[in-house]
Design a protein around this ligand. Structure first.
Ligand SMILES: Nc1ncnc2c1ncn2[C@@H]1O[C@H](COP(=O)(O)OP(=O)(O)O)[C@@H](O)[C@H]1O
Ligand SMILES: [Mg+2]
Length: 577
């Protein structure tokens, strides 16, 4: 929490200093009121001295006015400080998240990252605001109040000394009990967000499968779980109020009892008792306020921990200090084992070895879940291998600077994701300086030029969030064009033409060949027609390489490939081979 504070308060430092200062002004003014009041009661009224009463009254009004300005200043400054602070923390989180690897993001989960950036930051921001207001006020008010009451009556001030520790102990116990609950509550907020996110992103599937009832139930379960944890922590928190009220009332009674007896004995005036009552209320209220802040602080600490967990993650994928540069576009897998989680019992890729020369076209085929997407994800280092190595042009991908790697390897992911903006912005996404002619050519080669031209504003037509105003096949073609525009040395198409008809797919394949020029191409496909002409085909089976070779070779030697070929092309494929 304090680490966060130190680092991100800089932009708001001036306000963070001004807030308690103006609060000091307000408190200093407030604290004089009861004494002036007691003077009116004890001196002015008995003597019937109207001019004294009026002049004391004027002072009271003046102090109230100055105090008001102090209060306004404090509210303004603390709000400014807290908002600026929150905004810096959010920005820092966002910046950090962009450096995280897929694996690290998987580990945090997307929903949790969103909760951390929104809800958790809000908690921390709130404590800053409350803290700047009250933490400055409470100590001043408490100390000034104690001094003032001591001056009025040292004996009666002893009541304060008894009441304060009782209150403090009660609150400390509650906070210690509540702290673990707060982090549980935040975890539940994560879960609610996960379900909500899944439903919003998958709304079409949910509706298509008439899954609303089931999903409603799932949301209800997670939501009521959140509610019950929130209530548990809230119950603890609200016990604070009755306890403090009780201590406060008991002290006031004690004050009246002892003060009353003293007044009867003539050793104290009634006005002083009135003033003492006000001070007592102020002092205990300020302590309650501190405790309340500590409570909010302990909740914010749970949030701060979650924020820090992200901020202090050392990105696993970093540039090597002794970089190596690829000498060509050849790709080599050497005894690669890979799993997504170190705790998974089985590897997703098992002992995968193969070598591809620069400029070759490689087809990858295999059942869903056989590890095709995983295999190609290792080439641009979206994940790091567990054992073995992946090399490009002789250099281990872990040694290649990230910038170079992303420039050399272009991936069209299985799921095409477009961003809100225009078509032009989306195509230029990887390289903002990209010439328009290059974009146009890329769009043409990806067979996207035609439908772009048919749009009312051509390349400036809007793309909505996640590209939802385009069909699946159009999105895929835009994604391909986006990657084409970068002219990568290694091009990976992960099932990127699954929603495109076969004729268009063939045209895209021809364009890839035409663009060629030493580009190594990996094509993952379900349709054998998309890869049968590749220089080399890798057949994956449950994470293992079951066969490598040309179409003809594999037909002869590989049973899995033969089965796929026969099922898609018919028995006659065997005769041609
Ligand atoms: N992000 C991930 N986290 C954990 N497991 C994953 C992840 N992505 C894929 N897997 C698992 O890895 C295996 C291979 O998946 P994938 O490479 O996507 O197969 P394919 O592309 O051949 O259909 C599957 O069993 C899948 O459940
Ligand atoms: Mg896949």
């Amino acid at each position: 929490m304090f680490a966060l504070f130190k680092k991100y308060m800089k932009s708001a430092l001036i306000f963070a200093i001004l807030a308690p200062l103006s609060m000091g002004v307000e408190v200093f003014m407030d604290i004089r009121q009861p004494t002036l009041m007691s003077e009116i009661i004890d001196v002015g009224i008995p003597a019937g001295d109207v001019s004294l009463i009026v002049s004391l009254g004027k002072w009271m009004a003046l102090y109230a006015l100055i105090g008001l300005f102090g209060g306004i200043g404090c509210s303004t400054c603390s709000t400014l400080a807290a908002t600026r602070f929150g905004s810096s923390v959010r920005q820092a989180l966002f910046n950090k998240i962009t450096t995280l690897s897929y694996k690290e993001i998987d580990e945090f989960t997307t929903s949790s990252l969103i909760t951390r950036m929104t809800n958790d930051v809000a908690q921390v921001q709130q404590v800053v605001m409350m803290g700047l207001r009250a933490l400055a006020r409470a100590p001043f008010q408490c100390i000034f109040g104690l001094i003032a009451s001591y001056r009025l009556s040292p004996r009666l001030a002893l009541i304060f000394v008894a009441a304060i520790p009782i209150l403090a102990i009660a609150v400390a116990v509650i906070i210690v009990k509540a702290f673990p609950l707060f982090s549980q509550v935040q975890k539940r907020v994560d879960r609610v967000n996960t379900v909500m996110r899944e439903n919003l992103l998958g709304v079409k599937v949910v509706k298509a499968f008439v899954g609303q009832t089931r999903e409603k139930q799932r949301f209800e379960t997670t939501n009521s779980d959140l509610m019950s944890w929130s209530m548990r922590s809230a119950f603890l928190t609200i016990t604070l109020t009755p306890i403090s009220t009780f201590v406060l009332n008991a002290s006031v009674i004690a004050l009246f009892w002892f003060g009353g007896n003293m007044a009867i004995g003539g050793s104290i005036e009634t006005g002083k008792i009135m003033a003492l009552t006000t001070y007592l209320t102020q002092v205990l209220a300020s302590i309650m306020q501190v405790m309340m802040i500590l409570m909010v602080l302990s909740r914010a600490m749970a949030s701060a921990e979650r924020i820090n967990a992200v901020l202090t993650t050392e990105p696993e994928i970093r540039d090597d200090l002794n970089p190596e540069l690829p000498q060509s576009a050849s790709v080599e897998f050497d005894r690669v084992n890979f799993r997504y989680n170190d705790s998974d019992p089985e590897y997703v890729l098992k002992d995968v070895s193969f070598a591809v020369n620069s400029g070759e076209t490689v087809g990858i085929i295999g059942a869903t879940g056989s590890g095709k997407s995983t295999l190609v994800a290792l080439i641009p280092r979206l994940y790091d291998v567990g054992e073995g190595s992946v090399r490009i042009g002789g250099a281990d991908v872990r040694k290649i600077p990230r910038k170079r790697l992303t420039r050399d390897v272009g991936v069209v992911l299985q799921e095409s994701i477009l961003f809100a903006g225009s078509i032009r912005e989306n195509l230029r996404w990887a390289d903002e300086e990209c010439e328009f002619e290059v974009l146009e050519e890329a769009a043409q080669d990806a067979q996207a030029a035609e439908f772009i031209a048919a749009k009312p504003y051509g390349y400036d037509s809007p793309v909505e969030q996640r590209g939802k105003n385009f069909s699946g096949g159009q999105k895929q073609r835009l994604s391909i064009a986006r990657t084409f525009a970068r002219r990568p040395k290694i091009l990976i198409l992960d099932d990127s033409t699954s929603a495109v008809d076969t004729a268009t797919e063939a045209k895209i394949r021809e364009a890839i060949k035409r663009r060629g020029g030493g580009t190594t191409v990996f094509i993952i496909a379900q349709r054998i027609s998309a890869i049968m002409r590749a220089d080399r085909i890798i057949v994956l089976d449950e994470g293992r390489v079951s066969g490598i070779g040309s179409h003809a070779e594999l037909l002869r030697s590989n049973e899995i490939y033969r089965a796929i070929a026969v099922s898609q092309l018919g028995e006659e494929v065997l005769e041609d081979g």
